[in-house]
Design a protein around this ligand. Structure first.
Ligand code: SF4
Ligand code: SF4
Length: 288
């Protein structure tokens, strides 16, 4: 990595990037940003450009990383296509792709970890005909987190026992996330006390040392009143919910789960009630 002082000119990063990038490639990035700005599609520039702005350290990059909220994604596509870039979501094995391209590493829990984000990264892949320069796609470094071999935290805390002690592949059909994201009834073997999240399961991620610093990231919160909760419990498709409820689910990135969160909420409430009733009452000396 080459460090470039910001002293003298704010354009120093731009000048440095021209050493390796073609004019067409840089123009494509600028056109995409102008199009999004002109159509008022909210986005954040991330990756090497943001790194340079905040630290003054320049790192050459073959891509322009933009963060766009899920609800603004279709709007971003609509802007980029007339600007000459066709973009389409790629349906592909995302974790495998991320690991094979060096973006992520597998944990023992088979979740992928991205540097700087831990396991809290939402992987997406897109195809585009924008004139980007191909990158060397060979895997860089190990596929597996270096902290995994001596650690078994996730194996010990998994509520369904689906992470093997020594094997490499989890029993995915026993993973709580798999079970509560699907509409089928929960299987008989599932312990009712296992539920710990409205959608998904956080146990193996919360106890993972590779996530320690990222657990402090502020959480997105939305409060539902009685009437809104009643709507959620009905398990309707999102387009049949009142806009206010839908907006809150969208904020939580759960709009796509509207048909299962009613069932999951009831299972979670029952598990919490059971947990609190089995906790010793701190005011009761006989429980000490
Ligand atoms: S908890 Fe330990 S073994 Fe499991 S993924 Fe994290 S580092 Fe690896
Ligand atoms: S998400 Fe939960 S159920 Fe799935 S592997 Fe992790 S701890 Fe186990």
């Amino acid at each position: 990595m080459r460090k470039i002082s910001r002293m003298g000119t704010d354009r120093v990063g731009e000048e440095a990037s021209r050493e390796k990038r073609t004019a067409g490639e840089l123009d494509a990035r600028a056109d995409a940003l102008r199009g999004l700005r002109d159509e008022q599609v909210p986005c954040l520039v991330a990756g090497a450009y943001a790194f340079f702005e905040y630290t003054g350290i320049f790192r050459d990059t073959k891509d322009l990383d933009l963060f766009v909220r899920a609800g603004d994604l279709e709007g971003a596509f609509r802007v980029l296509e007339p600007a000459g870039f066709r973009v389409a979501r790629a349906r592909t094995p995302l974790k495998l792709l991320a690991v094979r391209t060096g973006l992520a590493q597998y944990g023992r829990n088979n979740i992928t970890y991205v540097r700087g984000m831990g396991s809290f990264a939402d992987l997406n892949a897109f195809c585009t005909d924008a004139p980007l320069q191909a990158e060397d796609y060979r895997t860089k470094g190990s596929w597996r987190l270096s902290c995994c071999p001596p650690c078994r935290n996730c194996h010990h805390v998994c509520p369904t026992g689906c992470i093997p002690y020594d094997g490499k592949v989890i029993d995915a059909e026993r993973c709580l996330t798999y079970l509560n994201e699907h509409e089928e009834a929960f299987p008989q073997w599932l312990d009712a006390g296992s539920h710990n999240a409205l959608v998904g399961c956080m146990r193996c991620q919360e106890m993972c040392p590779a996530n320690r610093v990222y657990l402090r990231i502020p959480k997105v919160v939305a409060e539902f009143d009685h009437e809104e909760t009643a709507w959620v419990l009905r398990g309707l498709p999102a387009d049949q919910l009142p806009e206010g409820v839908r907006e809150k689910l969208r904020r939580l990135d759960m709009e796509g789960y509207s048909t299962v969160i009613g069932r999951n909420l009831q299972a979670l409430a029952a598990a919490e009630k059971n947990r609190s009733s089995t906790q010793p009452d701190p005011r009761d000396p006989s429980g000490l």
